[in-house]
Design a protein around this ligand. Structure first.
Ligand SMILES: C[S@@+](CC[C@H](N)C(=O)[O-])C[C@H]1O[C@@H](n2cnc3c(N)ncnc32)[C@H](O)[C@@H]1O
Length: 358
């Protein structure tokens, strides 16, 4: 196959397991043209189309064929196949249970199958760091190497890439053009204060009439008393005895210092999970207001732009659904860095015709 000079800078991407579009949004911001997203969760359709302005296919990736994907790219474009398969089978939460039975184990293998069928020029895969210890990852990288891809992969700290969050993600990039390297970490760190201190103050249970996502979950009287007794960056150990729950009083409970806790203003946020609107499930208390963070704050801490639309105007806001879309997303800023890295990589090959053996 020959990539012609005129097309050599245009990267087009298809996003497998696209969710609400975190990965696609960042790729698009970098200058990559996003052609489509595929996901089987119907809740992803509205935010994907609205923000990415690309077609969304509600489909099981297991039922997708390489030739269908091939038809979505423009002739002569440099094709990027991107995807973040569901992370649950590889996350620490899966520790101690047999995940081999989990249907989602196979999805990384499905991604590898599509790479084999499509042979895109570029591939990127993102997941939780523990993915690298598991057999489906071995199979994935084995497929890439057998097909002749150059690969770089490692666990990265999102805070090193301008994301106000201490999330670690595993990022793989691969190219058929030649050697490729992941970008180096930047220097400036963004804090919770940088990201969300400008938003309207709210009490627990209150919402901002101008933004349906800036809505704080209500708290029971005991949880309200607990958050009032919490210091930014502290833990339930700051509370008087009578506010502690029975599980905090047993020795093993003392290890859970980061539940029912407030964030600090001057550090990046902890990993934003699918439950980050819930004070009891992590360090999700606002640094100074007596409430958990809102979905909008969670989205901004994930580096989504402030106006990213997850629901239709006037549509019902289901915290559990939106929390899932936000917590599962690839931080758009991380995806943007990956996209820019691919564009830089392509530039190195732009000065002539590039031959790739099929
Ligand atoms: C980690 S999330 C991806 C997040 C997305 N890349 C983003 O940045 O917003 C994984 C996604 O895989 C989807 N998914 C799970 N099983 C699937 C399947 N068999 N086919 C297609 N999508 C699937 C889930 O609905 C979920 O949205």
């Amino acid at each position: 196959m020959t990539i012609k000079r005129g097309n050599a800078g245009k990267i087009e991407a298809i996003d497998l397991f696209c969710g609400a579009g975190g990965l696609s949004y960042g790729l698009r911001e970098s200058g990559v043209i996003v052609k489509a997203g595929i996901d089987l969760d119907p809740a992803c359709e509205y935010p994907y189309i609205k923000n990415i302005k690309a077609p969304f296919f509600k489909k099981n990736v297991e039922d997708v064929q390489g030739k269908e994907l091939a038809a979505l790219y423009s002739p002569g474009a440099i094709r990027l196949l991107a995807g973040c398969a569901p992370c649950q089978p590889f996350s620490t939460l899966a520790n101690g249970r047999d995940t081999t039975e989990d249907q989602k184990w196979g999805l990384l293998v499905e991604f590898a199958r599509l790479v084999k069928e499509l042979k895109p020029e570029l591939v990127t895969m993102e997941n939780v760091p523990r993915v690298a210890n598991h057999a489906p990852y071995e199979a994935f990288i084995g497929t890439l190497r057998t097909l002749g891809y150059h690969v770089d992969a490692q666990s990265v700290r999102c805070a090193d890439f301008g994301i106000p969050q201490e999330r670690r993600r595993f990022v793989l990039i691969a190219s058929r053009f030649g050697q490729i390297k992941l970008p180096k970490p930047g220097k400036s760190v963004r804090t919770v204060r940088d990201a969300i201190s400008h938003l309207k103050p709210l009490a627990a249970g209150e919402s901002d009439s101008s933004d349906p996502l800036h809505k704080a979950r209500s708290l029971t009287p005991i949880n309200l008393a607990r958050i009032k007794a919490s210091r930014p960056g502290g833990s339930w150990e700051d509370w008087p005895e009578d506010l502690r729950s029975p599980c905090h009083r047993i020795p093993s409970g003392s290890t859970f210092r980061s539940v029912y806790a407030r964030m600090s203003w001057d550090s990046p946020a902890p990993t934003i999970t699918t439950q980050s609107f819930n004070f009891g499930t992590g360090r999700f208390g606002h640094p100074e207001q007596d409430r958990a963070i809102t979905m909008r704050e969670a989205a901004i801490l994930q580096s989504f732009p402030p106006k990213y639309q997850f629901v239709k105007d006037g549509g019902k806001v289901h915290m559990s659904t939106i929390g899932r879309l936000i917590g599962n997303a690839v931080p758009p800023k991380l995806a943007e860095v990956i996209g820019l890295n691919f564009l830089q990589h392509i530039k190195e090959f732009k000065s002539g015709f590039v031959q790739i053996k099929n």
